[in-house]
Write a protein that binds this ligand. Structure first.
Ligand SMILES: C[S@@+](CC[C@H](N)C(=O)[O-])C[C@H]1O[C@@H](n2cnc3c(N)ncnc32)[C@H](O)[C@@H]1O
Length: 279
């Protein structure tokens, strides 16, 4: 089942007016690169519109858009193109091992792998059985369901802007037999509408801040949910660790300041975790 984000209308604040032709040409140039062709077109258009308004057309703008997209998405690597077909063809016995192998192909789930089962226990502890789990900027986290005893009728909603990730998540959830909904959703434009039960926002707020300063706060203000699990990485992709926990603690405090969220620390191995509940 698919959820689709309505077409977005981009009105970048500041900068010059952007012509449709210049924007279309820029998006085509950006998406000509293999890494960028796998990104949801509306997401690329949004980032391109902002850079075009501030820099005007030219090679430097194409480079700036690609660099921003790489920081937000590309740096985490993509699942192999044949992943959906392999998942669809896997037997019941093969599926958990194949899912584990594929989780290793995305930096975020690879970092979590040593503690992946404990991760789910910590997330679900002290919560009633969720009716649905909404995994925002999901990466390959949906492929970790073999590590948790989640009834198959719990609705798992998975959103991202990388089309290869979405196809892989869809194929896995279908084969696993989980009730699910998978769709492309650019969180820079806000959360999927409606009330959510348990929301996962794992290692994603820093990516959104790279797309637009203040995007994390805007998302948390607009998100209608009972519980939100927010995590942050404790190492950069390059392996550096200096001061990240303090920095992200402060970033989250600023992001929810004045909002009706009660923030509790969540004890996770290898990432900094918080549980947000409606106050
Ligand atoms: C650091 S990874 C985290 C993946 C997953 N949540 C996890 O912890 O394993 C960031 C994810 O955010 C996605 N992403 C980046 N910008 C996004 C946006 N504006 N809207 C939705 N997803 C986005 C990327 O494609 C990538 O899968």
């Amino acid at each position: 089942m698919h959820a689709a984000q309505p077409a977005l209308s981009y009105a970048p604040d500041g900068g010059a007016a952007v012509s449709d032709e210049a924007l279309a040409a820029l998006v085509e140039q950006v998406r000509a690169g293999r890494e960028y062709a796998a990104l949801a077109p509306d997401f690329v258009i949004g980032i391109a519109a902002v850079e075009l308004a501030h820099r005007g057309p030219g090679k430097a703008t194409t480079k700036a858009v690609r660099s921003r997209l790489h920081q937000m998405v590309g740096a985490y690597e993509a699942p192999p193109a044949d992943a959906p077909a392999r998942l669809a063809a896997a037997s019941d016995e093969e599926l958990p091992a194949l899912a584990a192998q594929l989780r290793g192909r995305h930096a975020s789930t690879r970092e979590r792998e040593a503690a992946a089962a404990d991760f789910w226990s910590a997330v679900l502890a002290d919560l009633p059985q969720p009716v649905s789990i909404t995994d925002l900027a999901c990466g390959l986290q949906p492929l970790s369901l073999p590590l948790v005893d989640l009834p198959r009728d719990v609705l798992y909603r998975a959103f991202d802007v990388h089309l290869g990730i979405l196809a892989t998540a869809e194929a896995f959830l279908q084969r696993w037999g989980q009730t699910h909904e998978v769709g492309s959703w650019d969180l820079l434009a806000g959360p999927p509408p409606g009330g959510h039960d348990l929301v996962l926002l794992l290692k994603t707020l820093p990516c959104l801040e790279q797309g637009r300063r203040g995007a994390g706060r805007a998302l948390l203000a607009a998100l209608e949910a009972q519980t939100v699990i927010v995590t942050y990485p404790l190492r950069s992709l390059g392996g550096r660790q200096v001061g990240m926990a303090d920095h992200y603690r402060q970033q989250l405090a600023a992001s929810v300041d004045g909002m009706p969220w009660r923030v509790e620390p969540l004890d996770l191995r290898g990432e900094l975790g918080f549980r947000l509940r409606r106050a």
